[in-house]
Write a new protein. Structure first.
Lengths: 201, 399
């Protein structure tokens, strides 16, 4: 499998999610592990548990590899970071340890001029996604984790987007077995997010 | 045929329970084990299994109900963590001395306090003298495979003892990872039907369970119980051998990772062993003869085997995820160093306290442990106390 730049992918990709309790960052991390498994990968998806409550900052992690994953620690030097709530940029050091040749994805409705100064001196790639816009256009309600998941797959190149979409079809049908009416909106949200995510540096 | 899939450690245990379809499961929810009875209750509601689920009002009742069911002749399982098992305390001893082969899924979490929900071994280590067999897992695959072997061990006529199948809270219980599942029929045949020799509901046989024993009899009962625990060692190996025949998975009393020629060894239990294996590989790449002893079976304690395997090491770090407040170190430290003494091992040792209340351990932390062992063997440092790994303090007690 090859990354976006055509080079052979690293054996291990590590992704850190920052969100607020109730926004689905943990679900997104577990879904990513799920869909990466379906693409034939070795995976590890896990949340970091603390005094959880709605709105409090939470962290979740993914390891995706072609080899067996044995380590059981949190991720301190991620290849990619996904920030589900841009208000966290003021309170959490989201780029801590982030590899310079990796990237960060921020969900925001704000213009890049407002976001870039909040990412300190991070020299790597910065991607923005307006997940609210994607959600309102496709789901009619704000569930940022689905579009963020698609955007993370695209920016990280952990799998081909078509492989991802096929895998998500299975996951979504399982997850929404009793709510088939939301399936189509979720499909559209995934595809729209793949188009809407922009690299702004 | 095996099924390659992905699931968390808690899902893996619930899947094992589905395949075993035990007769009775009394349980009371406590983080991080709550999902296990939750998943099993769903399976029962969906008609996948016909286990009698008893939603009890406390863990004391959960273990009491498991005892009643087991004594009646049923196959009984339960699940708990931390303070939940602490509330079972009295009944743990009664279950073991009544020689009831109850299987408990223990999702290790620290005992309070400070109040915390994360991984620590203080719950099961506190119960190490309760007479239960204890088997630990590094990951979701191992906790699944261990649970599938548990009934065969506990119910064996040479054993008749309860068993706790342990995994690290959240670290493996809530992490989704790849896993290989075994076919239902294969497992059903492996686990088999429970056919106890003596039980309360047996027609034409009257018996008492847990009666008062006068001093002239009590000591003999305890000795018989201790002998059963000794015999469990061979039964655990035999069951593991049979399990390997049908699955190809190898299990022993401990797992040595690059241990045979190791000069510097770490002894540990649970999920940290996966992290330690990555550290061992890095050190081996640098030419350092590092190795790992992962203890799978802590009760019965395989002291002779551990002592023999560590005999030729230059320095050994014994890692404890439970304080004993003895001011001498932790339970694993005490028992492993005793085993090494009996084996006339001459290695320098250090007992390290790590990962308390879920304190994270990185590969770099484990590399640091091995580097410390090299210095210890070279006489460059000494550890008069037992150090804490990654302690945020300048007291000098940190490693």
């Amino acid at each position: 499998m090859f990354g976006k730049d055509g080079t052979e992918m690293r054996h291990l990709t590590e992704i850190r999610w920052h969100g607020r309790g109730g926004q689905g960052a943990k679900t997104a991390a577990l879904l990513l592990a799920d869909v990466a498994f379906q693409a034939g990968k070795q995976v590890q998806g896990f949340p970091e548990y603390g005094p959880e409550r709605m709105g409090a900052p939470i962290t979740a992690y993914d390891r995706i590899s072609d080899q067996e994953i044995r380590v059981h620690s949190n991720i301190y030097e991620p290849d990619f970071v996904a920030v589900v709530d841009d208000t966290l940029l003021h309170t959490v050091d989201v780029t801590a340890g982030l590899k310079e040749d990796g990237g960060i994805l921020v969900n925001t409705v704000r213009p890049k001029e407002e976001i870039l100064p909040l990412l300190k001196e991070y020299p790597g790639k910065i991607y923005l996604l307006d997940a609210r816009k994607v959600c309102m256009a496709t789901l009619g309600r704000y569930f940022p984790n689905t579009p963020m998941l698609a955007a993370v797959v695209k920016i990280s190149g952990v799998m081909e987007t078509e492989v991802f979409l096929r895998g998500m079809e299975t996951s979504l049908q399982h997850k929404f077995a009793r709510k088939p009416e939301v399936l189509d909106g979720n499909r559209k949200a995934l595809r729209l997010a793949l188009e809407e995510v922009v690299e702004c540096r | 045929m095996s099924i390659k899939t992905r699931m968390s450690g808690n899902e893996a245990v619930a899947h094992a329970i589905r395949q075993i379809n035990p007769d009775v499961m009394p349980a009371f929810p406590i983080t991080p084990s709550t999902e296990i009875p939750q998943f099993v209750a769903s399976m029962i509601a969906n008609g996948e299994i016909d286990t009698e689920f008893i939603p009890v009002e406390s863990e004391h009742s959960a273990m009491s109900a498991a005892m009643g069911a087991s004594a009646a002749g049923a196959r009984a399982v339960t699940a708990t963590s931390s303070c939940g098992m602490a509330l079972m305390w009295e009944v743990l001893y009664v279950a073991a001395s009544s020689r009831l082969p109850i299987v408990m899924a223990l999702v290790n979490r620290g005992l309070t306090g400070p109040l915390n929900i994360n991984a620590e071994h203080s719950d099961s280590m506190g119960a190490r003298d309760s007479g239960w067999i204890q088997i630990y897992a590094e990951n979701n695959q191992e906790v699944y495979d261990n649970f599938l072997q548990a009934h065969r061990i506990a119910e064996h006529k040479d054993v008749h003892l309860p068993i706790m199948v342990c995994q690290d809270g959240f670290i493996t219980s809530h992490a989704v990872q790849n896993i290989v599942l075994w076919e239902d029929e294969l497992i059903r045949n492996f686990v088999g039907e429970y056919e106890p020799e003596h039980y309360l509901l047996k027609e034409g046989e009257s018996m008492a369970v847990g009666p008062y024993a006068l001093s002239p009899y009590c000591m003999e009962a305890k000795k018989a119980q201790a002998e059963a625990m000794k015999r469990a060692k061979q039964v655990i190996l035999d069951v593991a051998g049979e399990f390997e025949k049908i699955t190809g998975q190898h299990y022993g009393l401990y797992e040595g990772y690059r241990l045979e020629d190791a000069e510097y060894a770490v002894v540990a239990i649970g999920s940290v062993c996966g992290t330690a294996k990555d550290a061992v590989d890095r050190l081996r790449d640098r030419g350092v003869k590092a190795g790992l002893m992962k203890i799978r079976v802590f009760r019965p304690f395989p002291g002779d085997e551990i002592g023999a395997a560590l005999k030729n090491c230059r320095a050994v770090a014994i890692m404890d995820r439970a304080e004993s407040y003895s001011s001498q170190g932790g339970p694993l430290g005490a028992e492993v160093t005793a085993a090494m003494y009996r084996a006339k091992a001459v290695a320098e040792t250090v007992n390290i306290m790590y990962g308390l209340s879920g304190r994270d351990v990185r590969v770099a932390d484990m590399e640091h442990v091995y580097e410390s062992l090299q210095k210890l063997a070279a006489g460059e440092i000494r550890y008069p106390e037992y150090p804490y790994l990654g302690l945020r303090s300048a007291s000098g007690d940190e490693l």
